[in-house]
Design a protein around this ligand. Structure first.
Ligand code: 4GS
Length: 224
């Protein structure tokens, strides 16, 4: 799967070059193509932003530079274009799973106060938010999307991991334990040492429900 990212700050994307996503890129299972919008400025000072018509605070990114950056992307016509913005639908695990079926995505990151509306109308297919709060730019949201979607791309992680985690069954995950068997006088629950697979499975299901009731009761209401 290919993620093309349109950004003014390609250097912000170092965090997704480590760990699991590093291996996925080395194995050519995912590809992350960073496009610096500033490279498409025709201004002698490489300026990309300007004042909003009608006045108001802050600067906006010009539509022409964003459009030229978009036009430079190979296979742009087969790609879905996503604009990361607090005006979008909030990203959910179901949406993450759905996006992982795409072969080619273009992620548009705003910065400053935003982007001229006309280029958004022209190129954006879908607007997605990572939550109801305001950030300084769309780069962190784009990384959140790349990280969460990549986990569902075949070969990135073990398929079992995506079947047993929080949200996969609409519930939060059960508590987990590793060695030592006793830590600060707290013992690992006996059932997990019993080797009785169906008892373990039942205990985990029970704990998942209890955890969800205590921490995120609204998730259970959604299930009914
Ligand atoms: C989000 C968000 C965001 C909005 C970008 C103000 C700079 C900023 N993007 N989910 N301008 N929440 N974007 O806060 O996606």
């Amino acid at each position: 799967m290919k993620f093309n990212v349109l950004t003014l700050f390609p250097e912000m994307f170092e965090p997704i070059k480590e760990s699991i996503l590093k291996r996925a890129q080395e194995n050519n299972v995912i590809e992350i193509n960073l496009i610096n919008i500033r490279d498409f400025s025709k201004n002698k000072h490489k300026k990309v932003d300007d004042y909003p018509y009608g006045g108001g605070a802050g600067m906006l990114i010009r539509p022409d530079v964003v459009y030229d950056a978009y036009q430079s992307i190979e296979n742009k016509d087969t790609a879905k274009v996503i604009y990361l913005s607090p005006q979008g639908k909030v990203l959910t695990q179901n949406k993450v799973k759905e996006l992982s079926k795409q072969e080619n995505l273009i992620l548009l990151c705003g910065h400053y106060e935003g982007i001229d509306e006309r280029v958004l109308e022209e190129i954006v297919d879908e607007e997605i938010s990572i939550g109801d709060y305001v950030l300084t730019g769309g780069e962190i949201p784009a990384m959140v999307l790349i990280d969460s979607v990549s986990r569902y791309v075949e070969g990135v992680i073990n398929a079992e991991s995506t079947n047993e985690e929080s949200f996969s069954n609409g519930l939060l995950e059960y508590p987990q334990y590793t060695r030592p068997e006793v830590f600060l006088n707290k013992k690992v629950p006996d059932v997990l040492l019993s080797g009785h697979h169906s008892n373990i499975e039942n205990w985990r299901k029970e704990q998942s429900i209890k955890n969800t009731k205590n921490k995120r009761p609204e998730l259970l209401e959604k299930q009914l």
